[in-house]
Design a protein around this ligand. Structure first.
Ligand code: ASP
Ligand code: MG
Length: 413
């Protein structure tokens, strides 16, 4: 018998039929003798609908009131799932975040979980009851309802699994696992049986939307065994999805590269001809940081004639704001020659823990791109990732040739 936390997303809970299907799946796990805690999202589209409604009434809604409202989506689905389970003859009971006592700080709309009281849940589990918990919500020390940020039910699931010391946290979604790359771009992409936490974290921060990044961080920190699976596989045809492992636990020889990730959501800015002296990087990026704009990649060229060029990338949605800051505040101040921007770039990354022990990954990546005539504009690396910025028009080509060059279309030996 294991204690399993399952989390079902909005699509899995999207209609009465789908909720009944989730109930059947939960019942099958229960019939195998496991204890089950089920965390659910609101029905797909519901949270968006509630936010739009709030903004329709008040353009800048108060955070506390917004959380009172947008937490209701999950209050509906927990009760519906409990009813569906009871109709199947199971004992089931729903809990809101404050009924469990998912204690958070008071940062409305993006609160952080501080503590979870597992007592009620454990008592119910011991009595054979399936416990259903509203994702995305908690309560602060003053009893105010809080929410955890969009996509926060993943974090609720992982946090509950950590608090209850569950044997496994299963995240059910509309894809059947984590892939070597987006199958819409490379049809040969393969589902990975396992991926390490560090790799998953890189993939999530590089734009893979499978898991909310905070939930992956949480799972890594508390060593929660996490699995991504599909809630749409039929009975008898279920697969085990992708297990997210700790490197030290995985006994298999690691593939050098586990996946090719990409992100179209960036833009590049270059400050040309700035004086090559101490403090320039700070003057440029300090102003950007003050405006709360995230900077991803940065390069500064080798200086010549006493000046240098300085480039960095920002989220595409922040491009105009960042450009304005450079034009109006930074450029005149540091005496730059000009500011240039390019919105038509993308970032392509190779991710893999095997890189640590295999030299030559970067040079292979650059060779493969060169053979296709793809110009690399920027490069950044970490221990387990190499990212390049290239023209957006090469995105699909770059992902495809890299996926092939690193044999990702081939099943692991
Ligand atoms: N319902 C919330 C949202 O749409 C939380 C979640 O789905 O994880 O963001
Ligand atoms: Mg969701």
């Amino acid at each position: 018998m294991a204690l399993i936390v399952q989390k079902y997303g909005g699509t899995s809970m999207g209609s009465p039929d789908r909720i009944r299907n989730v109930a059947k799946r939960v019942a099958r796990w229960k019939a195998q003798g496991h204890q089950l805690v089920v965390v659910v999202s609101a029905m797909s589209g519901e949270t968006n609908r509630l936010i739009a409604l709030a903004k329709d009434v008040s353009p800048q809604p108060d955070g506390r009131e917004l959380d009172v409202m947008i937490s209701t989506g999950e209050q509906v689905t927990i009760a519906l799932l409990a009813m569906a389970l009871m109709d199947l003859g199971l004992k089931a009971k729903s809990y809101t975040g404050s009924q469990v006592k998912v204690l958070t700080d008071s940062t409305f709309t993006k609160a952080r979980i501080l503590d979870i009281d597992g007592d009620n849940i454990r008592r119910d589990l011991d009595a054979g009851t399936v416990v259903i918990v509203a994702g995305f919500q908690g309560v602060d020390a003053d009893g105010n309802i809080t929410t955890l940020g969009r996509g926060g039910s993943d974090t609720s699931g992982v946090a509950l699994a950590a608090a209850l010391k569950a044997d496994e946290c299963q995240i059910y979604t509309d894809v059947d696992g984590v892939y070597t790359t987006d199958p819409r771009i490379v049809p040969e992409a393969r589902k990975l049986d396992s991926i390490t936490f560090e790799e998953m974290l890189e993939m999530a921060s590089l734009g893979s939307k499978v898991l909310q990044i905070r939930s992956v961080e949480f799972a890594g920190k508390y060593k929660v065994k996490l699995r991504v699976l599909s809630s749409f596989e039929e009975e008898g045809k279920e697969t085990m999805g992708t297990l997210i492992t700790f490197e030290e636990d995985s006994k298999m020889e690691q593939a050098i590269i586990s996946g090719i990730a990409f992100n179209r959501d960036e833009a590049k800015l270059t400050v040309l001809g700035v004086p090559d002296r101490p403090g320039i990087a700070y003057q440029i990026l300090g102003a950007i940081a003050e405006a709360n704009i995230d900077v991803d990649m940065i390069i500064q060229n080798v200086g010549h004639d006493g000046t240098t060029d300085f480039s960095f990338t920002v989220p595409r949605g922040e491009f105009d704001r960042a450009k304005k800051i450079l034009d109006e505040q930074v450029s005149p101040h540091v005496g730059a020659r000009a500011v240039e921007g390019d919105k038509h770039i993308c970032k392509v990354s190779a991710v893999g823990v095997g890189m640590r022990s295999h030299p030559g990954v970067a040079s292979k990546m650059f060779r493969v791109l060169a053979e296709e005539g793809i110009n690399i504009q920027m490069i950044s690396t970490s221990e387990i990732k190499i990212s390049v910025v290239v023209d957006e028009k090469y995105l699909e080509l770059a992902v495809r040739v890299l996926h092939k060059a690193f044999d990702l279309d081939q099943a692991a030996a």
